[in-house]
Design a protein around this ligand. Structure first.
Ligand code: DUC
Ligand code: ZN
Ligand code: ZN
Ligand code: ZN
Length: 467
């Protein structure tokens, strides 16, 4: 099957160009300037010609932080790999990297096996895994090497959630030493969970049980402190560090300072921290529970700092932390006790669209949009140039994006398997029109044409930003 995409504007981190793209089978085989006339030749024998006039041609989005069917707080996130990757495709994301979650007392390899059983054969787009390490011991440290050989070389640890995922500074230090030795990257959930748990207990004892107290008991300073501590441990051990879901301006300062010193420290933020705020957590009738995630949504003034960080590259990736729980039966578990609200916000479908609003608002350039949503995650997580590029030899993961059409985000029209939208009623400009995953048309003219057995597991190389 050959496909020609012509008359569009190809966007890359280097700029934009009027170029035509030839796809043969699963790969891009040629990219040529529109003025070369080559597209006429290609079109003559192509199986399909897509006219991208007035549209952008982007490398497929890479969402490096999702949680499909993840066990959490006695329940499980409601998107399966099948529904979640289908929703991803609808929004122009053609690769997800999800988290295999080690339960305490189990091995990393059995965990990986379990996640393969959930995902293999059930994904509409390609996928990889990170590993959540919640039990640091001699055995699991050794297993990190085997994970790396299996293409899983990024290990998330938690300074939050004592008793569940929490790792002590000593455990983090040991895992970082192993990462330094093997070339793995440590991903950190940086919040001081020990202090937070005290604030939570005090709030509940005083009868402050509404969702907004989830935010108030997790102040920005406790994210900044943990971020700085993680950076310090990474400095001492020499390990590369990637701060996940950075939400607070103070934490961003810690990251920027480390980067200015030349340390291998990287950070991502998420659309919810750019577009939602503590005010949403404060919505009444328990509606605030829809917005409970950790770290929490911050006061609105943090947003400008995060956009600035995206421009300066102190924030180099935007991922969603997609972790959907239904309002009706799952968020409900925390009525009368905010600490029992399952943590997470659905978002895998809308990352590309929301970031496009940042382009329209002048917060980021078109090139930067592609960089933070596709090319940098590809390099950060060892997928480039197979993913993250419109170039000969790359996988034909391509999004044709119409920047002019308007849409209203809503639970009525989204494809995520969850009963609410965090962006209900938000009117935005721009929408995916066609999506190719490894040369197969997955989304086209408002319909899904893919298959949930199409996606393949991606064995990833090491972080390509390390020197
Ligand atoms: N934060 C969330 O909001 N959900 C899942 C795990 C996490 O760290
Ligand atoms: Zn986290
Ligand atoms: Zn997460
Ligand atoms: Zn069609």
């Amino acid at each position: 099957m050959t496909i020609v995409i012509r008359n569009g504007t190809v966007v890359s981190p280097l700029g934009t160009s009027a170029s035509d793209v030839l796809v043969d089978g699963e790969r891009i085989v040629a990219v040529a300037s529109a003025s070369s006339g080559l597209a006429d030749q290609w079109a003559a024998s192509a199986d399909r010609v897509i006219d991208a006039a007035g549209k952008y041609v982007l490398p497929g989005g890479i969402d490096a932080h999702t949680h499909m069917e993840m066990p959490f707080g006695g329940t499980s996130s409601v998107d399966t790999f099948s529904t979640g990757t289908t929703a991803a495709a609808w929004g122009g994301t053609t690769t997800i990297i999800d988290f295999a979650v080690q339960a305490k007392g189990t091995s990393l390899l059995s965990t990986l096996e379990k996640w393969h059983q959930k995902a293999d054969g059930n994904c509409a787009v390609d996928y990889g895994f990170h590993m959540i390490v919640s039990d640091v011991n001699d055995g699991t440290l050794k297993e990190m090497e085997t994970c790396i050989d299996a293409g899983v070389n990024s290990f998330k640890m938690f300074m939050a959630y004592p008793g569940v995922f929490y790792a002590t500074d000593g455990e983090i230090l040991r895992a970082m030493q192993k990462a330094k030795e093997t070339g793995g990257t440590i991903m950190m959930h940086a919040e001081n969970g020990i202090a937070i748990d005290q604030l939570v207990a005090q709030a509940l004892a005083e009868g402050r049980t509404d969702p907004v107290y989830h935010g108030i008991t997790r102040p920005p300073e406790l994210e900044a402190e943990a971020t700085y501590r993680a950076i310090t441990l990474a400095k001492v051990t020499g390990a590369p560090l990637y701060i996940v879901h950075l939400s607070a301006a103070q934490a961003l300062t810690a990251v920027a300072n480390a980067r200015n010193r030349g340390q291998n420290v990287f950070a991502e933020t998420c659309p919810q921290y750019l577009f939602l705020s503590l005010d949403d957590l404060g919505r009444d009738d328990f509606e605030g529970s829809k917005f409970v995630c950790s770290p929490p949504l911050r006061p609105r003034e943090h947003q400008a700092e995060l956009w600035r960080g995206l421009r300066t590259n102190d924030l180099s990736v935007v991922s969603t932390d997609h972790c959907p729980f239904c309002f009706k039966d799952q968020k409900e578990l925390g009525r009368g006790d905010f600490s029992k609200i399952p943590n997470g916000i659905p978002g895998v479908e809308h990352r590309m669209d929301l970031l496009h609003q940042g382009v329209l608002a002048g917060e980021i350039s078109l090139s930067r949009w592609v960089e933070i949503s596709s090319t940098t995650p590809a390099r950060m997580f060892g997928l480039y140039p197979r993913k993250g590029a419109i170039a000969a030899g790359s996988d034909a993961d391509i999004v044709v994006y119409d920047p002019a059409v308007k849409q209203t985000l809503s639970v009525e029209t989204h494809h995520m398997n969850v009963d609410y939208s965090a962006y209900e009623g938000l009117e935005i400009t721009g929408r995916v029109s066609t999506v190719l995953s490894r040369g197969s048309v997955v989304i086209d003219d408002g319909a899904f044409h893919g298959s949930t057995s199409h996606g393949v597991f991606l064995e990833r190389e090491l972080n390509q930003y390390l020197v």
